[in-house]
Design a protein around this ligand. Structure first.
Ligand SMILES: *Cc1c(COP(=O)(O)O)cnc(C)c1O
Ligand code: SF4
Length: 355
C-alpha cells in the first residue's frame, strides 16, 4: 500500500497517468494543486501584494521552525484571501510570524500526550469505542496553530505490512465501533490507497462507522473526485466526514459544490473549527460560519479551544471568551447550528465540553 509521508513524496506521484485525478475544473487536478502550492513566506507575500517584512522570519528559531513546518498554501485557498490585507482571517492561519518564537509557560510540544495514547505505531486510542489511525503526516496546508506540528510522524507505518498490524488489532478488539482516519490529512492519500484502506476497514464486521478527519475539501475542492465519491458511497460502513473550516470565507462556490457531492454520496458532513485570535474570535464571524456551513449541508460539530502547543500562543482565546461566544450564538441560531466548545485534556475519558 502506498502511503505518502511528506509533501516531497507527494510531488513524485505521476500527475498525468492517474485516472483518479478527477475533473480539472479550474485546469488543475488536486495532485497538481499539491505540487504548485505556495511554499515560502516571500511567495505568499508577493502573490498577495503584501510588503515584504523580513523581521517576521528574522530569528534563528523562527527560521528553524520554518524548516520543520514550512509554509504550504494551495492556490484555491489562496484565491479566497483578500490582496493587500495583512489581517485577512484566512491569511492569519497560514502566514508564519515572529510570534511563533514566543515562549509561553504551559505551552508544550505534546500537550495532548498523544505518545501515551499510542496503541501501536500510527494507532491512537483515547476514547472508548473509537480508534484513530494516523494515516499520513502530509496535509494540504500547514496551519500555523496546528497541534500536530511536532508530531513524530516518522513513527507512523509506511508499509502495508505495518498497516496490517493496526487492521488486525482493530478486528480483534470487539469494543471498537468506529475507525477514524486522521493524520496529517488522510485525503492526501491517493484514491487507490484510500480505497484499499476503506475496503479493509469495511471488512471488519464489528466496526460500524468510518470517520474521516480532513481539511482537503476546503483547501483543494478538486480533491472530491468521482473515484473518491465511489469509494465512500460503496463503503459497507456509515461514512462521516469531519471537515475543518474556521471562517465563512473559506467556503466559496467550488467548496460548496464539492461538499454537495459528498452529501449526495451519503456522507454525513460535520465541521470542526479552532477558536483563533485574529481569525474567528468574534460572535458575528462565528454566526456567519455556522450559516454558511448549513448552506453547504455541513453541521457545526466542535469549536476547539486552541491546544497549548509551542509556537502557537499568539492564537490563544480564553475559555471564558469562548463560552461567551457560544452563549451569543445560541441566542441567534437553532441548536443544531451551534458547535460544542471543547478541549482535549490529557487523560480524560472524553473531550471536555465548556459550552
Ligand atoms: C478527538 C479524538 C477522537 C474523537 O472524539 P469525538 O469526541 O468522538 O469526536 C478520537 N480519538 C482521538 C485520539 C481523538 O483525539
Ligand atoms: S489541516 Fe489539520 S492536521 Fe493539517 S496542518 Fe492544518 S490543523 Fe494541522
Amino acid at each position: 500500500m502506498e502511503i505518502l509521508t511528506s509533501i516531497t513524496d507527494f510531488v513524485s506521484v505521476d500527475l498525468d497517468s492517474s485516472k483518479e485525478s478527477g475533473p480539472a475544473t479550474d485546469g488543475l487536478t488536486w495532485q497538481q494543486h499539491m505540487k504548485v502550492a505556495v511554499r515560502s513566506v516571500q511567495e505568499l507575500r508577493n502573490r498577495l501584494d503584501l510588503a515584504s517584512n523580513l523581521e517576521d522570519i528574522g530569528s534563528t528559531t523562527a527560521i528553524k521552525a520554518l524548516e520543520s513546518f514550512p509554509v504550504f498554501v494551495p492556490l484555491p485557498y489562496l484565491s479566497r484571501i483578500e490582496k493587500g490585507n495583512a489581517a485577512d482571517p484566512l491569511l492569519c492561519q497560514v502566514l508564519p510570524t515572529i510570534d511563533e518564537d514566543t515562549i509561553r509557560p504551559g505551552y508544550l510540544r505534546d500537550p495532548l500526550q498523544e505518545s501515551a495514547a499510542t496503541r501501536s505505531p500510527g494507532m491512537l486510542q483515547k476514547y472508548q469505542g473509537r480508534v484513530l489511525l494516523v494515516t499520513t503526516g502530509a496535509c494540504a496546508v500547514n496551519c500555523r496553530y496546528c497541534f500536530r506540528r511536532h508530531f513524530p510522524y516518522e513513527e507512523t507505518p509506511k508499509s502495508s505490512t505495518q498497516w496490517q498490524d493496526a487492521i488486525q488489532q482493530i478486528s480483534f478488539d470487539e469494543s471498537l465501533e468506529e475507525v477514524i482516519l486522521s493524520g496529517g490529512d488522510p485525503l492526501t492519500l491517493v484514491d487507490e490507497t484510500l480505497g484499499q484502506l476503506v475496503a479493509q476497514i469495511g471488512a471488519i464486521p464489528t466496526i460500524k462507522r468510518l470517520r474521516i478527519h480532513t481539511r482537503l475539501p476546503i483547501m483543494i475542492p478538486q480533491r472530491v473526485t468521482e473515484r473518491l465519491l465511489e469509494i465512500l458511497s460503496h463503503s459497507k460502513k456509515q461514512v462521516i466526514m469531519v471537515i475543518h473550516a474556521n471562517h465563512a470565507n473559506e467556503l466559496d462556490l467550488p467548496v460548496e459544490i464539492g461538499l454537495a457531492k459528498l452529501a449526495n454520496a451519503g456522507v454525513l458532513l460535520l465541521n470542526q473549527s479552532v477558536l483563533l485570535q485574529g481569525v474567528n474570535n468574534d460572535a458575528e464571524v462565528l454566526f456567519r460560519l455556522s450559516q454558511r456551513l448549513l448552506e453547504c449541508r455541513v453541521l457545526p460539530y466542535y469549536l476547539h479551544k486552541n491546544d497549548p502547543v509551542v509556537g502557537t500562543a499568539q492564537f490563544e482565546v480564553s475559555i471564558e471568551r469562548g463560552v461567551e461566544l457560544i452563549r451569543i450564538m445560541r441566542e441567534k441560531l437553532p441548536g443544531y447550528a451551534v458547535p460544542r466548545f471543547v478541549q482535549e485534556l490529557a487523560g480524560e475519558p472524553n473531550k471536555t465540553v465548556f459550552a
